[in-house]
Design a protein around this ligand. Structure first.
Ligand code: ADP
Ligand code: MG
Length: 258
């Protein structure tokens, strides 16, 4: 009889898609008997397990959909070695009001100072807070749109770029843009302007943007929309990778003596 009930319970939990509860039910029942939990306490415990399991799965799905090249966390960022990033100012972003207000976050600075780390870290935190994020490098973004051969596909692709609440565009400025690429970028920025956030990283300061775009008018039209509602972090300092290597003695020749 007990076995039959167990099987029936399993079937119910399966049909109701309560996988979290199903995996722990036997243990929680035994525990409840031992601790003499009330019905409410027992139900509370079971439902908490199901909710936590589902939250974990949802976060996993959102992280996968975000297409991060790798995971970096803000907790791994050492603010002490990078004093130009004010920790308090960055932590304020974790209220995600910038997403609700469709504001942009822009990380500027030389290579290796942690721009991608911060962009991914912020994106991962946003996913964990239930936000839809999509990561792309600048070059991949342009290529994926340039490949849309007809107008219909182009429109569809641009519409798709509106779906995430945060679009991360990494590495603007490493290569100069031709007119087509600049026009595509303008389309993306104009589409998302005031209706979705962008996190952008670039190794070029705003003053240098004229050099990467083929046309100054287009460069200022893009900059205008991008920075209108935005928070900029001008990161200064030495490359973290280089610093680590120096610390390990790679760049001073000390290792050669060994
Ligand atoms: P950028 O995008 O500015 O070129 P990255 O974000 O790729 O630089 O950083 C290069 C490497 O150094 C990464 O592995 C990153 O995690 C690490 N890094 C950079 N700055 C810091 C920091 N302040 N604390 C911890 N790791 C850092
Ligand atoms: Mg980078």
């Amino acid at each position: 009889m007990e076995l039959l009930r167990q099987e029936r319970l399993d079937e119910y939990l399966e049909r109701l898609k309560l996988k979290g509860i199903k995996s722990v039910l036997a243990g929680v029942c035994e525990d409840a008997l031992k601790k003499q939990l009330s019905y409410t306490e027992f139900l509370d415990e079971l439902l908490a397990i199901e909710v936590s399991e589902r939250t974990k799965l949802e976060i996993g799905r959102r992280l996968k959909a975000a297409h991060f090249p790798y995971i970096k966390r803000l907790e791994q960022f050492d603010f002490k070695v990078c004093p130009s990033v004010e920790e308090r100012r960055l932590r304020e972003l974790l209220t995600f009001r910038f997403i609700d207000g469709c504001e942009n976050v822009i990380f500027l600075g030389p290579p290796g100072v942690g721009k991608t780390h911060l962009a991914i870290g912020l994106g991962v935190a946003a996913c964990e807070a239930g936000r839809r994020v999509y990561f792309t490098t600048f070059d991949d973004l342009i290529m994926s749109i340039a490949h849309c051969s007809d107008e219909g596909r182009l429109k569809q692709r641009l519409r798709r770029l509106l779906r995430p609440e945060v679009l991360i565009i990494d590495e603007l400025g490493y290569t100069p843009l031709d007119k087509t690429a600049a026009n595509i970028f303008f389309k993306v920025i104009a589409k998302r302007y005031e209706c979705g956030s962008i996190i952008l990283t670039s190794n070029r300061s705003y003053g240098e943007w004229g050099e990467i775009f083929p046309d100054v008018v287009l460069a200022s039209a893009i900059l205008d929309r991008l920075v209108h509602h935005s928070i900029t972090f001008n990161i200064m300092g030495e490359s973290y990778r280089l610093r680590e290597k120096k610390k390990a003695g790679f760049l001073t020749g000390e290792l050669k003596k060994v």
